[in-house]
Ligand binder design. Structure first.
Ligand code: KG4
Ligand code: ZN
Length: 342
């Protein structure tokens, strides 16, 4: 592998965060994220507003990433960008910007699959974070996806199972909405769950294939349960918020862990990673660590800043493409439905 420092400027704009990063080989020099607060008022991401905010944010975020990394833009060896999957309007902003920058600087363009970026975030050099060995399993859990992926090489990924309806992040966010919590509710459920009893309420788990997921029934079960309880006591949610959060989180994390155990049993692979926004959840992190001890797995948990959407993960994926001279054409177009194993 090349010893020469390779600088990649990476851009991520697939959903509602505008992010730019500079990485030098596998080290992150800067990773700037502009969150779009505007969506909270609507209880979810509004695609048209997201693309407009990306247009406003992208120039300052890229400038900030270059400044923070303390490099000159002439040092950049290649531009990596998220080509998909994601919201088309959002992807178009990052794609057009990356193409223009690559033409202006005269450097290659690297098109990155967002889901591969989440998985490859494990290869960012970080203290106390060893890199997974191939083959490994990755539970990729975010606001848009829920997948168990078998990773045999940097860009060789096979989906073993995935959700047939809602993503797990949606399950967290929609449950939070039922509890009158603002969007995105996942981190708040996590926070309040620490103060509640995870066994206070039980919700039935979905019956789908051993490696597949389904979360839409759980959301409906929670909604009906809350509506029933509020008929008897209108302050039910307020008075029992911590127990409700703990019980919902316990149900979701138990489903995720059961599926991971099924995947390990089916493949015999005991190298297990988690990735994506929901891998920031404290309970899944705890549960993975304890299962590692009881079942003899080696587990990989990403650093907190590389869980939710960020450009550093696009940069590291770009670095491995660059090393293999896998460049993208300048007429490449965004692909909102690009699959991780395509
Ligand atoms: O990967 P990500 O930033 O965006 C997508 O690609 O979708 O994931 C965002 C999702 C949201 O649904 C958010 O509620 C969830 O990750 N999330 C969490 C936590 N932090 C973020 N869910 C549960 N617990 C958390 N601590
Ligand atoms: Zn994501």
């Amino acid at each position: 592998m090349s010893k020469k420092p390779i600088y990649i400027l990476a851009i991520e704009s697939s959903c509602d965060d505008t992010s730019a990063a500079i990485i030098c080989n596998d080290k992150v020099l800067s990773n700037c994220v502009a969150n779009q607060k505007i969506h909270a008022a609507y209880g979810g991401v509004v695609p048209e507003l997201a693309s407009r905010a990306h247009q406003q944010n992208i120039v300052p975020v890229v400038a900030q990433a270059i400044q923070k990394a303390n490099i000159n833009k002439k040092d950049v060896n290649a531009i990596a960008f998220t080509r998909g999957p994601g919201l088309m309007g959002s992807l178009l902003v990052g794609t057009s910007f990356a193409k223009s920058l690559s033409l202006a600087l005269g450097v290659p363009l690297l098109d990155i699959n967002h889901m591969q970026g989440h998985v490859l975030a494990h290869f960012i050099a970080a203290e106390n974070c060893p890199k997974p060995m191939f083959p490994f399993l990755c539970l990729t859990i975010s606001g848009g996806h829920t997948q168990i992926v078998k990773v045999t090489d940097y860009f060789e990924m096979e989906v073993l199972g995935e959700t047939i309806d809602d993503a797990v992040g949606e399950a967290f966010d929609k449950s939070a909405k039922i509890l009158n919590l603002p969007y995105p509710g996942g981190p708040l459920i996590d926070k309040y769950a620490q103060l509640g009893n995870p066994k206070a309420y039980s919700f039935t788990k979905p019956k789908v294939g051993p490696l597949d997921f389904s979360f839409s029934g759980l959301k409906t079960a929670i909604l009906y349960f809350v509506q029933k309880m509020e008929k008897e006591n209108p302050s039910f949610v307020e008075e029992n918020l911590y127990d409700l959060c703990a019980s919902i989180q316990d149900t979701i994390v138990t489903i995720l862990m059961d599926k991971l155990k099924n995947a390990v049993a089916a493949t015999g692979i005991k190298e297990v990673a988690i990735a994506g926004g929901v891998s920031a959840n404290s309970e899944i992190r705890k549960r993975l660590k304890s299962t590692e001890k009881t079942l003899g797995w080696t587990s990989y948990i990403p650093k907190f800043e590389y869980t939710t959407d960020n450009a550093a993960m696009i940069g590291i994926a770009g670095y491995y493409k660059y090393l293999n001279n896998v460049y993208s054409d300048v007429d490449v177009s965004a692909n909102a439905r690009w699959k991780v194993d395509q």
